[in-house]
Design a protein around this ligand. Structure first.
Ligand code: PMP
Length: 474
């Protein structure tokens, strides 16, 4: 039978969870069903998802920070159509193709405009974790040193190198042994960092400039000092901007906030407009060349799909839209409004401990409330499961208000949002209004939200994993 994709989608939409239960990650399906995330989204545009009845859902998750330019952007769609119509040879491999050259040029030119002309050599790959692997390999090869230092509570991906430097034990369980020579210091602890660097065997210090799991970032000059220490001790400074790059934090690159000069930069997520997996490592040419230092080593680090035309076309589209629609600037403006509104919500609810916002990357952290009844609810829920509480926010945000958000990290009372950078006042009002309403409902104990916690735990005990975990990945 000839493949009719459109017909297939129309006739089978709705079978999603059955298919995943049968053929993919059925544990994830069970969690999605338990927490009420088992929606069938039929269409997407900009900052909105639509279900089969046409109801809109405000997407404040954007595919874990992928859709900076919004979903199904016409410029990206046109780029895909064009590249298909051109019938270009794709991945000849033993040539130097035009599209990858053009994307690398666009990335380097953009970095130069943002104050980093020294980042002038690009390695294209397919994902964030793969960009991190590349960065670690380039650093080790350039310095011939064996160790990598990263930060506690960091997230760099889940392949072995990236996982080994990821400072979150949740992701480690069951996967040991890890890559040797990976150690961590606490964000802000310069003494600990210097102790490690002084040993003279550290190839690189790698940081997320705004930590993805918690949206934590230093308010002081920790990064500048850390970079200076790296220079002093011959260690390369890697900024993992897989999530923070390309406008997310209100600048094209987060390193601009602190006027840093990373030796190596990683990018992915928003790089290809949400259509085709893509990632990039960008380094100083002299670092890059230490890996490709002899003719017989010209492909010693490589990946089959890394320079594919479709990803590169999407990459050019994403960079163009970010610039034309001034999305980094919009992220800064809307981020300021988001922060203002969140601080207002915080004033009304003492259960909010802290609001952290950098551009359009935001976390709302909760703590035990003072009022007697919600305090009892808080204690009960934390007694049942230390990861559960933020799910009690995120689920009604979706169920009652049709706003998609995420639990940020395991065992942390944090809700995180990373909306598309195209949002405006309307979207921010809807999000903060929903958040305010959900938190107000927490004041009712006993009440429906706290009951939901109980139900989640019952469902968990019947064999599903901890309810809060999967919504917190990435
Ligand atoms: N580094 C950072 C800073 C990230 O946020 C992520 C993804 N959340 C990764 C690396 C891994 O990216 P990927 O999921 O594409 O492998």
């Amino acid at each position: 039978m000839p493949l009719d994709l459109k017909d297939m989608v129309v006739s089978r939409l709705g079978e999603n969870y059955e298919l995943h239960d049968r053929y993919l990650n059925r544990t994830l399906v069970k969690v999605q069903r338990t927490i009420g995330f088992d929606k069938v989204y039929a269409r997407a545009e900009g900052a909105y998802l639509y279900d089969m009845d046409g109801k809109d859902y405000l997407d404040f998750l954007s595919g874990f920070g992928v859709f900076n330019i919004g979903r199904n952007h016409p410029v990206a769609q046109q780029a895909i159509r064009d590249i298909l119509e051109l019938n270009l040879p794709n991945m000849v491999q033993l040539d130097s193709a035009l599209m990858s050259g053009l994307l690398a040029e666009a990335i380097v030119k953009r970095l130069a405009r943002q104050g980093a002309p020294h980042l002038d050599a690009v390695f294209l790959c397919n994902s964030g974790t793969e960009a991190v692997e590349g960065a670690l390999k380039f650093a080790k090869c350039a310095t011939r040193r064996p160790r990598i230092i990263s930060l506690e509570n960091s997230y760099h991906g889940l392949t072995y190198g990236a996982l080994s430097i990821t400072g979150n034990p949740y992701f480690h369980e069951g996967f040991a042994p890890f890559v040797p020579g990976c150690d961590r210091v606490v964000l802000g602890d310069l003494d600990a960092l210097e102790r490690e660097l002084k040993r003279g065997d550290v190839a690189a210090f790698i940081v997320e400039l705004v930590q993805g799991k918690s949206v934590k970032f230093p308010k002081n000059d920790f990064f500048q000092q850390a970079q200076a220490l790296c220079r002093k001790h011959g260690t390369l400074f890697i900024c993992d901007e897989v999530q923070t790059g390309l406008g997310r934090t209100g600048k094209w690159f987060a390193f601009e906030h602190w006027k840093l000069e990373p030796d190596i930069l990683t990018l992915s997520k928003a790089l290809s407009a949400g259509y085709v997996p893509a990632g990039a490592v960008v380094a100083r040419r002299e670092i890059y060349q230490k890996t490709f230092n002899r003719l017989d080593r010209c492909i010693v680090h490589s990946t089959t799909f890394g320079r594919n035309n479709l990803a590169c076309a999407c990459g050019l589209a994403a960079l163009t839209v970010l610039e034309d629609e001034k999305l980094p600037e919009n992220a800064a403006t809307q981020g300021a409004e988001l922060e203002r509104q969140l601080l207002e919500v915080q004033k009304r609810h003492d259960i909010i401990k802290e609001v952290r916002v950098k551009g359009l990357m935001a976390a709302i952290e909760f703590h035990e409330p003072r009022a007697m009844m919600p305090k009892m609810g808080w204690k009960l829920v934390h007694g049942l499961d230390p990861s559960l509480f933020p799910q009690l926010i995120v689920t009604p945000m979706l169920q009652r208000h049709r706003v998609l958000t995420q639990v940020a990290a395991n065992r942390a009372d944090i809700v995180k949002v990373v909306p598309p950078l195209i949002i405006g006042q309307k979207e921010i009002d809807r999000f903060t209004g929903a958040l305010d309403a959900v938190i107000s409902d927490l004041g009712k104990f006993p009440g429906p939200i706290w009951d939901m916690g109980h139900n989640f735990v019952k469902a968990m005990k019947s064999g599903a994993p901890k309810a809060a975990e999967p919504a917190g990945v990435s």
